[in-house]
Design a protein around this ligand. Sequence first.
Ligand code: F6P
Length: 326
Amino acid sequence: MNHIGSIGVLTSGGDSPGMNAAIRAVVRTCIFNGIPVFGIRRGYQGMIEGDIVPLKTTDVSGIIQRGGTMLKTARSKEFTTPEGMAKAYAQLQKHNIGALVLLGGDGTCRGAVKFFENHVIPAVAIPCTIDKDLVGTDLTIGFDTAVNTAVEAIDKIKDTAEAHDRVFVVEVMGRDAGYIALNSGIACGAEDTLIPEETTSMDSVLDRIAGDERRKKSVHIIVVAEGDELGGGKAVYEAIKERLPELDTRLCVLGHIQRGGSPTYADRVLASRLGYAAVTAILEGRTQTMAGVVNGEIVFTPLDKVVKGCTPIPRDMLDIIRVLSV
Ligand code: F6P
């Protein structure tokens, strides 16, 4: 007889490729250790509504390579209220769920920290977000896949941009974080990358395009994170059209294609390691933490520290976009 009862696993917030691989790892590590495991469908909203199903090892067969999440996901307004949280807690008790594994990003961790203020339940979070905007981990599940998707798309855009001597503004995801923009921008040799963490000067963007024109650079790719304070790709595109109307400029918004698709090997391995680590941490009592990877090693960071932290962008990554597109 274990002291935990059952473990519940859920996915919450925006999905990310690799969530299924993490669910598989959580379920199978539980089963290996003789602990019953429940899937809580549609995140915190499903917890409130009691949308909770037992999971066996065969329920997670054949999902390691699939994007999305077999447990579905949601963003729940009701869970932000004391009444919603009380209903959710009652459902956990009804199912004898004595610990939780929470898969999601900063919103998921924030929700958990609020929940623990009034309800006692051991929990470990696993960082799943394409944005990679969480402290306590060098990587988040889904980031590698999303960047690879963006790179593949931008490479294709570059072919057609070059054929027509066009300026292309490519908007990538990242409401508050520029990691996808920076990494895909560097990997594709973009001429400029605009991100929320840095103030953007439209004048300097335009000067650089004009400079490239004089140097007869035939293609100019500007990667813009959707949360850039100028207003994302559309605003940048419109400013270029207005101020440099002689140029042939196009906009491409990559959007949700970055959130779907089969996870890369790196995301599958990360998900497997963190799913295993989260259940092991619960068994060892290292809870109210997030399992992450720092310098290749598994580390556990207290959840209240995770929600207060912010991840600084490495200065060299900002600089080399400019230097390498000279
Ligand atoms: O948090 C991941 C993310 O993909 C952000 O990059 C993006 O701004 C947001 O989710 C989009 O959310 P939704 O799918 O609700 O439009």
